[in-house]
Design a protein around this ligand. Structure first.
Ligand SMILES: Nc1ncnc2c1ncn2[C@@H]1O[C@H](COP(=O)(O)OP(=O)(O)OP(=O)(O)O)[C@@H](O)[C@H]1O
Length: 359
């Protein structure tokens, strides 16, 4: 697959936050790629560096953020030519003028932070359209606003256009935020926990809308979530993150049917199983490490009941499981003892695979 199909390549991204307690090493050398028309999920517990890995893509920088290294290569077709830039090297002005909204847009968890409470919905979307397409007439802008509202699955277009954010439910507000994100016809949409604050049925509806839009517009999507259960319905590929690193990456099938890292096993076990009688849901015991400290070995080792001695001393490399699947665990070293995933998880996977084959 040539580079033209890769819309984004993040290479060895390293991000710190300076704090009075010392530097938080939030992202410790993260690399990933997103292909055109593909959805990549970044998954992991709270605080593992998911947001910190994507904010630099769109120039969202807290005042205490320090990019210590890496590249973020973005590629797009411009006047029939493939252009590429390192998003870490452009100015804030260029980011605003060329990239933000028009190439890459972001949807955050809390829609209220992205909406202006004092402005009618139609006007807010209209401003986003006008700022991305400066030459459009008022009539054309209005037309686009109505189309965008309909695109996110809202039927009462005229009514909603006249309303204020507080008059809408959480799910409706999130749809409007998605409509605003689409106003500049971006190629890449970054969704940071877009459904976490919503109740389960509304979550499913928003996921369906994102999926529908992704297909219609052949969008690339980076989808951030702490819930692996959500990932199965939306993503093509998954990167599992822990303590500022990607520790396992693969296709949906690789991660759900052949998980290799004990951390991924733990995440999968903590997904509610709707098809099986529920025992108490096992959460991964322990807490994430203090990210201001230097981490020695595998960051997950202190919480890992399958840890080997070497895990406490030496960081595991990414072992190749297959062409599409890699995991950073010493259990994959050829000298390691054979360790099986928990039986309860294996049983669940067997059942899921059976259902999948029966489809
Ligand atoms: N502005 C900041 N200043 C200091 N530390 C920060 C800042 N932003 C994030 N962090 C820290 O960086 C680490 C990674 O945070 P990040 O927000 O990327 O996690 P996350 O995986 O997205 O989790 P969540 O779902 O809770 O946002 C955490 O330890 C977090 O406390």
């Amino acid at each position: 697959m040539g580079d033209e199909n890769k819309i984004l390549t993040v290479q060895n991204l390293t991000v710190d936050y300076t704090t009075f307690r010392g530097n938080v090493h939030a992202v410790r050398g993260v690399s990933f790629e997103v292909n055109r028309g593909e959805t990549l999920a970044l998954v992991g517990e709270s605080g593992c560096g998911k947001s910190a890995s994507v904010k630099p893509i769109i120039g969202e920088d807290a005042s205490n953020q320090v990019i210590k290294g890496g590249k973020i290569i973005y590629r797009w077709q411009h006047q029939g030519k493939l252009e590429e830039i390192d998003l870490l090297k452009i100015t804030a002005k260029e980011m605003q003028r060329k990239i933000k909204g028009r190439q890459i847009a972001m949807v955050f968890q809390d829609p209220m932070t992205s909406l202006d409470p004092t402005m009618r919905i139609g006007k807010q979307i209209g401003e986003a359209v006008a700022s991305a397409h400066s030459k459009l007439s008022k009539k054309k802008i209005d037309e686009r606003v109505r189309n965008l509202i309909a695109t996110v699955g809202i039927n009462r277009v005229e009514t909603v256009a006249k309303q204020y954010p507080h008059q809408l439910s959480g799910g409706m507000r999130q749809r409007i935020v998605i409509a605003i994100a689409l106003a500049g016809d971006p190629q890449l949409l970054i969704c940071d926990e877009p459904t976490t604050a919503l109740d389960v049925t509304i979550q499913a509806r928003i996921l369906d809308i994102i999926k529908k839009i992704q297909k219609e517009r052949h969008l690339s999507v980076i989808f951030i979530t702490h819930n692996l259960g959500v990932v199965a319905t939306i993503a093509d590929k998954v990167n599992v993150m822990y303590a500022g690193k990607v520790i396992e990456k693969g296709t949906i099938e690789d991660i759900f049917f052949e998980p290799k890292h004990p951390y991924t096993w733990g995440l999968l076990e903590s997904v509610p199983d709707v098809d099986a009688p529920q025992e108490a849901l096992p959460m991964i015991a322990g807490t994430i490490p203090d990210m201001t400290q230097r981490i020695i070995g595998d960051a997950f080792a202190p919480r890992n009941e399958y840890a080997l001695d070497i895990d406490f001393v030496k960081e595991p490399p990414m072992f190749e499981v297959s062409k599409t699947h890699q995991a950073a665990t010493w259990l994959l070293d050829k000298r390691a003892p054979t360790v099986q995933m928990p039986r309860s998880l294996q049983k669940r996977i067997n059942r899921m695979q059976g259902e999948n084959n029966g489809k």
